[in-house]
Design a protein around this ligand. Structure first.
Ligand SMILES: Cc1cc2nc3c(=O)[nH]c(=O)nc-3n(C[C@H](O)[C@H](O)[C@H](O)COP(=O)(O)O)c2cc1C
Length: 335
């Protein structure tokens, strides 16, 4: 029997197969941070995609935490009602849907946002982000770092009110928590910088704050940036050995799912399943289900990754973004 179509339980959720719709920012939010008609149509389609779990794209936890002006947001109570229209199709289809919560840190992509009056581009340290060499962020004060867990927890509380079945904390792709993890963007000398478990301290604090507000029957996941370089490259910045230590600590804190991707280097690679070597190392180290994403394009590849012990679930991003029914043929290829 194929492993791809086997179910998996995450707290009270039952995933009917091992495919995860990876979070992909669709550019379909309005300036208030809620879905346009296009957004509702996209996620309505995704609810009928046949995946086992959907992770809805990153939502900002605070106004300064936005990546773009028109980004989905969970930074205030008055978005909750509108977001219920987005979660409704998932409930109707019986497909578990988690939502990703994020703070951009230095990685604010829209100039309009960066130049807006009173807007502050914040980061662990005042160093250039490799993806945004022209923007020198201001270092977060200790007081501002102390406020971060509360921002993520409030966003998570709202996510549950919106009807989501769980929350995923975004800690990869060069956004704020990923900036803390990397020694290239975190040169702090207080308890939030230095050795890896200190650089990860804010992630642990955010996780605990989020876990404390999400109902105990619902899962909390972390999308963890595993390294600043791809497998096979000369290590620079955050390394996979360091990430294994972070993963062990998150497992001890009770994380329900580790969704793996790149750190400052983003989500792209070459060939097929480019993060598989990293995923295998994390899976071997922790008793927590692991998702491997990036360049997985066929049912046979997905099945092989599961069979070889690389991961427990496979993530699919761009194919589902382009066509929410793209995986229809996977069942025929691998009954
Ligand atoms: C346009 C676009 C937007 C993305 N937005 C997000 C996001 O909101 N959160 C996230 O964690 N990853 C995001 N990603 C990364 C994807 O989740 C995924 O890891 C990546 O596309 C690699 O998988 P794929 O080869 O199957 O597309 C995005 C990727 C793309 C192409």
């Amino acid at each position: 029997m194929s492993l791809l179509w086997q179910s998996l339980e995450l707290r009270s959720l039952r995933l009917t197969n091992r495919i995860v719709a990876a979070p992909t920012a669709t550019g379909t939010a309005d300036r208030e941070g809620v879905a346009t008609e296009k957004g509702l149509a996209h996620y309505g389609g995704l609810a009928r995609s046949g995946v086992g779990l959907a992770v809805v794209e990153h939502h900002a936890v605070s106004p300064e935490g936005r990546v773009r002006v028109s980004q989905y947001r969970l930074d205030r109570d008055d978005v909750v009602e509108a977001h219920r229209a987005l979660t409704a199709p998932f409930r109707e289809a019986g497909l578990p849907a988690m939502v990703q919560i994020n703070h951009a840190g230095a990685a604010v992509r829209d100039e309009e946002l960066r130049l807006a009056e009173g807007f502050r581009t914040l980061a662990p340290s005042p160093v250039f982000h490799p993806a945004l060499p022209g923007v020198l962020p201001r270092a977060l004060t200790k007081g501002e770092i102390g406020a971060l867990p509360g921002l993520y927890a409030e966003a998570a509380r709202r996510a549950v009110l919106c009807g989501y079945d769980g929350v995923e904390i975004h800690a990869c792709h060069g956004y704020l928590l990923s900036q803390f993890l990397s020694p290239l963007t975190n040169v702090r000398t207080d308890g939030y910088g230095g050795a890896i478990l200190s650089r990860a301290r804010i992630l642990f604090e955010v996780f605990e704050a989020v876990r404390s507000v999400v109902d105990s029957d619902l899962p909390v996941a972390v999308r963890l940036g595993v390294a600043d370089t791809l497998p096979g490259e000369e290590p620079r910045g955050l390394t996979i050995d360091e990430t294994v230590r972070v993963a062990r600590e998150l497992a001890a804190l009770g994380v329900d799912l580790l969704d793996l991707s790149g750190n400052l280097n983003g989500y792209d690679g070459r060939g097929e399943a480019w993060f598989a070597p990293y995923s295998r190392l994390v899976k071997e180290a922790v008793p927590v289900p692991v998702v491997c994403t990036g360049g997985i394009r066929s049912a046979l590849t997905a099945e092989r990754l599961l069979r070889e012990g690389v991961c427990d679930l496979v993530g699919v991003g761009r194919p589902l973004m382009a066509d929410s029914q793209a995986l229809g043929s996977w069942r025929e290829r691998l009954p």
